[in-house]
Unconditional design. Structure first.
Ligand code: HEM
Length: 404
């Protein structure tokens, strides 16, 4: 039983039990106040229809975070990063930068990654078999996406741990509440990451013959968008963003997928008797445990959400986790059903900022789940999972599994 008054909900200080089950807390909130004014004057949105409306109108709902981040980050490397990366810009800058990503994410460019993803997955599964199980996060779900996104950017193998630590520090700085230590670690990470990438880009420019045809670093570094190159800072921050966006989210998608299937053995049996369910399964995993739980926008003019007037300059928290469980969109929303159709989850957002890497993430998930569950139908959980204490990213820290 939840013991809190939904009308007092505060995203800066969530009720006990939120981390274990944000969905129940937000369902209670949606029932009484679907457009809820947070004590700090921001609004918390929990209805699928409201999130859809906001995503679809980038002129009225800006992604530019300068006003939000100035008080939080001051004039700092974190401010520079989070206000320059593509996800936090509005058109026309957004359109110019996003265009540069397109060539890296065409189905043809991505098809080139399928054999590499399959080979990586099989290596992890061989190890799993040899060991009789594994701690899945460290040995599989973190490894796969970081290998793929680092291949995409042309980051050498030996540097991949560095990327993980920097990414974690930079993304943690997006949490609604921050400690001074987290801020300092985040700022240091942005600076170290920039220095690292400057060297990497200089090396690539000096040795262009070493680049793979799919390497995004070269594409971005050489790109001209309407005759306009990215500035050096823009280039560095897009690379940082891609490396961050491209692994942490996918890591959690894989961990949650395995965890949910293990919690629902009937769904493993369903998949094994009908392998055609793999695509809807991936969508259901994304819906059920959205790796990014919250997006934000700021109103550029006075407007309405449902019957609630919203002043200009208001920040809204778009609770993807809640929208993905909205009974107005998903019948029996708390049921994990790998055959669910239609499944219009918002885990990749929607509209002009829709996740540029969504096809890649889906490809990783499809290959990982397909091969894992076909090879080990008797997977089991060895210990209860550990969820990290973060609100924006739903992160599993540890997942011990055995294969027999
Ligand atoms: C399960 C994995 C992933 C999830 C859940 C996810 C989620 C999201 C979401 C919700 C957004 C929209 C943010 C907004 O509208 O404010 C986004 C944007 C983006 N994502 Fe992903 N993402 C994933 C994987 C990836 C991967 C693998 C890459 C690249 C390798 C990537 C690259 C991007 C980029 C570049 C954007 C910015 C797009 C823009 O602003 O136009 N993502 N992602």
């Amino acid at each position: 039983m939840l013991d809190f008054d939904p009308l007092t909900f505060d995203l800066q200080s969530v009720p006990e039990g939120y981390l274990a089950d944000p969905y129940a807390v937000l369902a209670a909130l949606r029932n009484v106040a679907p457009v809820h004014e947070n004590p700090d004057g921001t609004y918390v949105l929990t209805r699928h229809a409201d999130l859809t409306q906001v995503y679809r109108d980038p002129r009225l709902w800006s992604s530019d975070k300068r006003a939000d981040f100035a008080p939080k980050f001051g004039n700092s490397p974190l401010f520079e990063h989070h206000t320059t990366s593509v996800v936090f810009t509005d058109p026309p800058d957004h359109t110019r930068i996003r265009k540069l990503f397109q060539s890296a994410f065409t189905p043809r460019a991505l098809a080139a990654f399928a054999p590499r993803i399959t080979a990586l997955v099989d290596t992890y599964l061989d190890r799993m078999e040899d060991q009789g199980g594994m701690e899945l996060v460290e040995e599989f779900s973190f490894r796969l996406p970081i290998e793929v996104v680092c291949d995409m950017l042309g980051v050498p193998r030996e540097d991949r741990e560095l990327i993980r630590d920097w990414a974690n520090a930079i993304l943690t700085a997006l949490e609604p509440k921050l400690t001074q230590a987290q801020l300092e670690t985040g700022n240091r990470a942005v600076e170290d990451f920039k220095t690292y990438l400057r060297d990497l880009i200089a090396h690539r420019r000096a040795n262009p013959e070493g680049a793979k045809p799919t390497e995004v670093l070269t594409v971005l570094a050489d790109a001209e968008a309407d005759g306009e190159r990215l500035t050096e800072l823009e280039l560095l921050h897009q690379c940082i963003f891609m490396l961050n966006a491209g692994h942490e989210t996918s890591t959690n998608m894989i961990s949650h997928g395995v965890h949910e299937m293990l919690r629902h053995p009937d769904q493993i049996a369903a998949l094994n008797s009908d392998p055609g369910l793999i695509d809807p399964m991936v969508e259901e995993v994304l819906r059920y445990q959205a790796p990014i739980q919250i997006n934000n926008r700021r109103s550029t003019a006075e407007t309405m959400l449902g019957d609630m007037p919203i002043p200009a300059g208001t920040t809204v928290h778009m609770m993807i986790n809640a929208a993905n469980r909205d009974p107005a969109q998903f019948p029996d929303p708390d049921r994990f059903d790998i055959a669910r159709a239609p499944n219009r989850h918002l885990s990749f957002g929607l509209g002009v900022h829709i996740c540029a890497g969504n096809t890649l993430a889906r490809l990783e998930a499809r290959i990982a789940f397909e091969r894992l569950f076909a090879r080990f139908p008797r997977l089991a959980l060895v210990a209860p999972l550990k969820v990290a204490p973060r609100l924006r990213f739903r992160e599993i820290e540890k997942l011990e599994i055995s294969v027999n």
